[in-house]
Design a protein around this ligand. Structure first.
Ligand code: PEP
Ligand code: MG
Length: 593
């Protein structure tokens, strides 16, 4: 056994083995409290002020030297400089130095603690969470006060970079060739670290619980960013097994990348479009690099999160237009706002609903806030003049809701016409099928939409009654449950009978186990995270439709999920052992290392 195993969220897949290097760590636990003599109080105040000024100057330098692809982050760096220059923080720390005769580090810590208390009373989530930025800046000043280096300059060879959090200002000047992997204590799926790591194609794990308590600078660690685990000081046996897994993963990656721009087509000629899901504009490069044939799901809500004001129509228009232009004729499907439940926006506050997943979310939220919805629809229609665009509504529960949304869309088209603004009035309009009520009425819905996109992340949640964010019930989250498979089949058949195309854009689309089954159902397109595309295409290109249909027939005869899992494992594992080892959420990598 390894000394310790800690876990987090894998955001860029791969394995790294090497020495830990902390770029910045929460310094709070390590600060000594020292009393100082009266005659050095003014020196101590000067030391504090000089450290704050140096931290601000360093950030200004980073801001000036941002490469063009990171220019968008300049505003964030500005806001950090503003925190450092805010006289309140310095004034409060100075007060503690003078009044309590304590060292500058401890005084700064006390000043931050006061701010934390004041912030905790703020109702607005966005503003309350800005205390994180204050802490991040306090860490910068503390490292100056304590004479610590934040750079990699002194390091020889390559390291695994660990940090409490990584802001764009931290990563802008990094010598990336010295970094084997990133790991942070803070952060979620969409954090900057993940995007950066994916674009550099190095492994990363974020949101690691207990990172700073369990790993020391210089310790030998294994980053398993296939499963989100960090092994601290692994034993010989683990080292050998992970070295082998790392070699296999790297040669597999090279191998699949070579053919990722070929179409998704089975040996016997069945063509399925392989598209990408993205959340941020910056991910487009990864889509094109990994052979994405288009964007099957653009989660537009991220442009509304982490900000104080709603985005304007022009701002959204420019973003959507640029996306369409950069995709250069390849399809882009904009999903209208899917806020609420797990995706919050500060203007409307975190709802106090008892069951947010069943509450005022998604299309329901948009129909309640019509002006906001209209702004987005106007931007989508205007941007769609540029490219091959489509849009879809999330969480549609039935015909009435669909018609209500379409009514707003109709009004928007009239208004754009009246305003004389160029727009595409005839782009395809589809719905996401993610509620059991939409599954059961798919046949009716198919008559009134241009396409379906099955959102299995939510469909599984609502069909099996499992909160998708609750770890305690995650073992029940079964994509191959007979109810889920029958629902998907029902929707695909209803779409085809109604003469429309059907896509699937939940995580299931990137699970190698599920691909032959979806092909057997004759799905028209699948959409997934860009990194999964090469492996999934490889499976499609080595399969025949006959074998997929036969597998589906046998699966539909099974009564339990256990039986289905067994059947799928037996029949698919022999054919695609690597894809299943590295990517399937149904398997535990422990079985293979
Ligand atoms: C889904 O529900 O499957 C889906 C793709 O949408 P999201 O994960 O954004 O809810
Ligand atoms: Mg969903």
């Amino acid at each position: 056994m390894a000394t310790k195993v800690i876990t987090g969220i894998p955001v860029s897949s791969g394995i790294a083995i090497g020495k830990a290097f902390f770029m910045n760590r929460r310094l709070y636990g390590f600060i000594p409290r020292q009393s100082i003599a009266a005659d050095i109080v003014s020196d101590e105040v000067a030391r504090l002020e000089e450290s704050i000024a140096r931290a601000a100057a360093e950030l200004s330098e980073v801001r000036e030297s941002l490469p063009p692809e990171l220019r968008d982050h300049a505003l964030l760096i500005d806001s950090h400089i503003t925190i450092l220059r805010d006289p309140k923080l310095a004034k409060s720390a100075r007060f503690y130095i003078e009044d309590m005769r304590i060292n500058a580090e401890w005084a700064l810590l006390k000043a931050v603690k006061d701010m934390e208390q004041a912030f905790s009373a703020i109702k607005d989530d966005y503003i309350r969470d800005r205390i994180q930025d204050v802490r991040l800046m306090a860490d910068r000043v503390l490292s100056k006060l304590m004479g610590l280096s934040t750079g990699l300059k002194a390091i020889e060879g390559r390291v695994i970079l660990l940090a409490h959090d990584l802001a764009p200002s931290d990563t802008a000047g990094l010598e990336v060739d010295k970094i084997m992997a990133f790991t942070t204590a803070e952060g979620g799926k969409t954090s900057h670290t993940g995007i950066l790591a994916r674009s550099l194609q190095i492994p990363a794990i974020v949101g690691v619980v207990g990172l700073e308590d369990n790993v020391q600078d210089g310790q030998f660690i294994i980053i398993d960013a296939l499963k989100g685990r960090i092994l601290v000081e692994p034993n010989e046996d683990e080292l050998a097994r992970y070295t082998d897994l790392q070699n296999r993963f790297e040669s597999y990656q090279k191998n699949i990348h070579r053919n990722c721009h070929q179409p998704g087509e089975t040996i016997d000629g069945y063509r399925v479009k392989v598209m990408a899901n993205i959340e941020l504009f910056e991910e487009v490069a990864a889509v094109l690099d990994h052979g994405g044939e288009g964007i099957g799901l653009y989660r537009t809500e991220y442009s509304y999160m982490n900000r104080k004001t709603l985005p304007s129509e022009d701002e959204l228009y420019e973003e959507y237009r640029d996306l369409a232009a950069i995709m250069d004729g390849r399809k882009v499907v904009y999903r209208t706002l899917d806020l609420g439940s797990d995706k919050y926006m500060s203007q409307y506050g975190q709802t106090q609903e008892r069951n947010p997943a069943l509450g005022l979310r998604s299309i329901r939220f948009c129909l309640r806030h019509k002006e906001m919805f209209k702004t987005q629809l106007r931007a989508i229609l205007r941007a769609s003049v540029e490219g091959n665009c489509a849009m879809m509504y999330p969480m549609i529960s039935g015909l009435r809701e669909l018609r209500e949304a379409n009514k707003v869309l109709f009004e928007v088209k009239q208004e754009l016409k009246r305003d004389g603004l160029p727009h595409a009035s005839d782009i395809p309009v589809g719905i996401m099928v993610e509620l059991p009520s939409a599954v059961m009425t798919a046949e009716l819905l198919a008559r009134e939409v241009d396409f379906f996109s099955i959102g299995t992340n939510d469909l599984i949640q609502y069909s099996l009654g499992i909160d998708r964010t609750n770890k305690d019930v995650s073992y029940l989250y079964q994509p191959l449950h007979p109810a889920v498979l029958r629902s998907i089949k029902l929707v695909v058949d209803a779409a085809h009978q109604g003469g429309i195309e059907v896509s699937l854009c939940g995580e299931v689309a990137s699970d190698p186990f599920c691909i032959p089954i979806l092909l057997g159902m004759q799905i028209d397109s699948i959409s997934m995270n860009p990194q999964a595309i090469p492996g999934i295409k490889r499976i499609i290109r080595q399969t025949t439709m006959d074998e997929c249909k036969e597998l589906l027939r046998r699966i539909l005869e099974c009564r339990t999920v256990t039986r289905i899992n067994r059947l799928v494992m037996d029949s698919i594992f022999q054919r695609f052992p690597e894809e299943l080892t590295f990517y399937s959420s149904l398997l535990d990598v422990d079985d293979f290392v």
